[in-house]
Design a protein around this ligand. Structure first.
Ligand code: ZN
Length: 120
């Protein structure tokens, strides 16, 4: 199953997680069970107890796309070329996690650049 979604979600789009439900505001999609995963097929999110991971499917390219969704659009080409699958970058598979420190660091930098004060 490949999911086409390429949208990223931030606090403006999310609601507090109900157990086993998609965290996107006003999403009433029934999660799909894929192996051990619960996935919102509409938004392409793997739903965990208190967080989510971007999910576009199990194929190699699907997994790369999932991780890039957590990166701001203008940085995706750079991350795809230099960071994904770079043997010197530990745990790049975690970039698709909502709480990825590396993805958050990039967003925080942008937020501080825009607002003139540090985010987080
Ligand atoms: Zn959803």
């Amino acid at each position: 199953m490949t999911i086409i979604a390429d949208t990223s979600f931030g606090t403006d789009n999310l609601t507090s997680l109900k157990p086993n439900a998609c965290p996107v505001k006003e999403c009433n999609e029934e999660p799909t069970q894929i192996g051990k995963l619960k996935v919102c097929p509409k938004h392409g999110l793997e739903i965990h107890k208190s967080t989510f991971v971007y999910y576009n499917g199990e194929g190699l390219e699907d997994k790369k796309k999932s991780r890039l969704r957590n990166i701001l659009p203008f940085g995706r080409d750079f991350v795809a070329k230099h960071i994904l699958d770079n043997p010197h970058k530990a745990e790049s598979y975690r970039l698709g996690s909502e709480n990825s420190e590396d993805a958050r660091a990039g967003r925080g930098k942008l937020d501080s650049d825009i607002s003139g004060k540090a985010a987080l």
